[in-house]
Design a protein around this ligand. Structure first.
Ligand code: GLN
Length: 484
C-alpha cells in the first residue's frame, strides 16, 4: 500500500526501491476515482501521468541525478496554463480552450520531474470564496461534505485535503489559497508579490495575483516554492532576488517577534473559539520566549472595500479580452452590429459573479466616480503599505486569523455577496500590501471543522515565514492545540 507523508520521505522511499512513481500515480488515480463526488478535478490526465511515472521509474538509478520534484504528483488550478491541456478559469467563456503555452511555474515543475495529474476546479476567474461560482459546479469539503471547501482555489485545496495528490497549485488574489487551506485543514502559502512569475496565470487583478501552494506540511510547501519561484523574462514584475533554499533550512530554532492587530481579534464577525485559540497560542509563543505584542490598526474596516474596488477595476480591464472574436465562447444568437456581438458572447459566456464584478469595476473607473472610488482605494492601499513597513521595523511577523469562521455550509452565503466579501477581512491585507502569508492547520473547532492560523512576513522573507511556521507546527504537535 502506498502511503504519503512528505516529499522527502517519498523520494527516500523511491531511492531505496520501496515504492515507485507508478505506484504513487496508480494510488492517486484510484483515490481520485473514489472521490469523484467531491468534484475537485475538472480534468484528470490518467494515461499521461502513468506514462510519465513509468519513464521516471526507468530513468532512476544509483548514480543518476534526479529532479528536485522527481515523481511528485501535483494538481493545478484551472487558471494556470499547461501547454496542450485545457484551461478554462472554470468559465463558460473559455470552455474547450486549450493552452498554447505553459505557465512559467508549471514549466519549472516539469523541468524538475514533477507529474501533473490533473486540473482542479475553482471559482470562475478566481472570483469567490466558496468554489460555488464554477461552470463545473460546486466542490465539497472532504471534512464535512455539507460545507464548502473555500475558494477560489477550492478544488486544489480538496485535492490535497482528500489525499488526491501530494501538493497543488492555486492562485491567491485576496486569500484564495490561504482561506481554502484554512477551511480544509492543510497548509496554504501565498508568497509575496513578485516571488513567482505570473506568466501563464489567467489574470484576475494583476497587481494582487500570485500563484500559491497547497501542501500537507511546511517543508513540502518550501520545496515547491524553491522550484517555482524566481526571475522570469516573461514577467517584468517578478523580483530578480535569488531564491533561497527554503526546504532545507527550516529547523532553525530562533526567537521571533510577533505582532497582532488588536482590532482583528475583537472584530464582531470573528467566531469566539477562533479568537480564543489565537489568544492561547500567542500565550504559548510568549512562554517559549518569543515576543508577542498587540498593536492598534485603524484601517480594518477599510481593507475589504479597498480590495473590492481595486480588484474589480483591474478585473474589468483584464476580462475585456474575452469578447469571442479570437477565441473562447461565441454565441449563436445573431447580431446586427459589433456591440451586439460582444454583448451576446459576454452575457452568455460569463457567470453571474464575474458579470457583477465587471460592472462594479467599470463603475469605479468611470469618469464621474474615478476619484471617489478608485483614487480613494489607492490611497487606502498606500496607507496600508506604510503601516506594514512601520510594523516590520519592529516585528518579524503579523499573526491573524485566516478567516472569521470555519467553512460555511453550502449555499449559506451564496445569495449575499456583501456577506461573502466581508468574510475576506483577514486575507486581503497581504495582497493589498504584497507581503507573503501562510495559513497553518493548527486548530479544530468544537463543531469538528479545522481552522488555521495566518502568519504574514515582510516582503521576500518567505524563509523566516516558513521557519516560524515549522516551529508553530511542532509546538502544536508537542502541546496539542487541537481539540479532539
Ligand atoms: N475571495 C476573494 C475574491 O473573491 C479572493 C479571491 C482570490 O484570491 N482569487 O476576490
Amino acid at each position: 500500500m502506498f502511503e504519503y507523508t512528505s516529499i522527502k520521505q517519498y523520494q527516500l522511499d523511491l531511492a531505496q526501491g520501496k515504492t515507485s512513481c507508478t505506484d504513487a500515480v496508480r494510488h492517486y488515480l484510484s483515490r481520485i476515482d473514489q472521490s469523484k463526488h467531491l468534484n475537485a478535478f475538472v480534468h484528470v490526465f490518467a494515461d499521461e501521468a502513468l506514462k510519465t511515472a513509468k519513464e521516471l521509474d526507468k530513468k532512476r538509478g544509483p548514480a543518476k541525478a534526479t529532479g528536485q520534484l522527481h515523481g511528485v504528483v501535483i494538481a493545478i488550478k484551472d487558471v494556470i496554463c499547461y501547454k496542450d491541456h485545457p484551461v478554462s478559469a472554470a468559465s463558460g467563456i473559455l470552455k474547450n480552450f486549450v493552452s498554447i503555452f505553459s505557465a512559467t511555474a508549471v514549466q519549472k515543475l516539469l523541468d524538475e520531474e514533477a507529474i501533473i495529474i490533473g486540473i482542479c476546479n475553482c471559482d470562475e476567474f478566481a472570483m469567490g470564496s466558496t468554489n460555488e461560482n464554477s461552470v463545473y459546479g460546486k466542490v465539497l469539503n472532504a471534512a464535512d461534505e455539507s460545507r464548502v471547501p473555500g475558494g477560489s482555489s477550492g478544488g486544489s485545496a480538496v485535492a490535497v485535503q482528500a489525499g488526491l495528490c501530494m501538493s497543488s497549485l492555486g492562485s491567491d488574489t485576496g486569500g484564495s489559497v490561504r482561506q481554502p487551506a484554512d477551511f480544509c485543514g492543510i497548509v496554504g502559502l501565498k508568497p509575496g508579490y513578485g516571488r513567482i512569475s505570473r506568466y501563464g496565470l489567467i489574470a484576475y487583478a494583476s497587481s494582487f495575483d500570485q500563484i500559491g501552494i497547497f501542501a500537507n506540511n511546511v517543508e513540502d510547501a518550501g520545496r515547491m516554492l524553491e522550484v517555482i519561484a524566481g526571475p522570469d523574462e516573461y514577467d517584468s514584475t517578478v523580483s530578480q532576488r535569488p531564491v533561497e533554499r527554503y526546504s532545507g533550512s527550516l529547523t532553525a530554532n530562533k526567537k521571533f517577534r510577533f505582532a497582532y492587530f488588536k482590532e482583528t481579534l475583537e472584530h464582531p464577525s470573528l467566531d469566539h473559539e477562533i479568537g480564543n485559540e489565537i489568544k492561547k497560542i500567542s500565550e504559548q509563543l510568549k512562554n517559549q520566549g518569543h515576543e508577542v505584542s498587540g498593536l492598534s490598526f485603524e484601517y480594518l474596516d477599510y481593507i475589504v472595500p479597498a480590495y473590492y474596488i481595486l480588484t474589480t477595476a483591474e478585473a474589468s480591464s483584464n476580462l475585456s479580452r474575452y469578447d469571442g472574436v479570437r477565441y473562447g465562447y461565441r454565441s449563436s444568437t445573431p447580431s446586427t452590429d459589433l456591440t451586439g456581438f460582444y454583448k451576446h458572447n459576454r452575457t452568455e459566456g460569463f457567470g453571474k459573479e464575474v458579470k457583477r464584478r465587471i460592472m462594479l469595476g467599470t463603475f469605479v473607473l468611470s469618469t464621474g466616480y474615478y476619484d471617489a472610488y478608485f483614487t480613494k482605494a489607492q490611497k487606502v492601499r498606500r496607507k496600508l503599505v506604510e503601516k506594514t513597513d512601520q510594523v516590520f521595523k519592529d516585528f518579524d511577523f503579523i499573526l491573524m486569523p485566516t478567516s472569521p469562521s470555519v467553512a460555511f455550509k453550502i449555499g449559506e452565503k451564496a445569495d449575499d455577496p456583501i456577506a461573502m466579501y466581508l468574510a475576506d477581512i483577514y486575507t486581503v491585507f497581504a495582497n493589498l500590501t504584497g507581503i507573503p502569508g501562510i495559513s497553518l492547520p493548527l486548530f479544530k473547532h468544537s463543531n469538528g471543522m479545522p481552522f488555521g492560523l495566518q502568519l504574514m512576513a515582510k516582503q521576500f522573507n518567505e524563509l523566516s515565514l516558513l521557519q516560524a511556521s515549522e516551529q508553530l507546527m511542532q509546538l502544536s504537535e508537542r502541546t496539542p492545540l487541537k481539540k479532539k
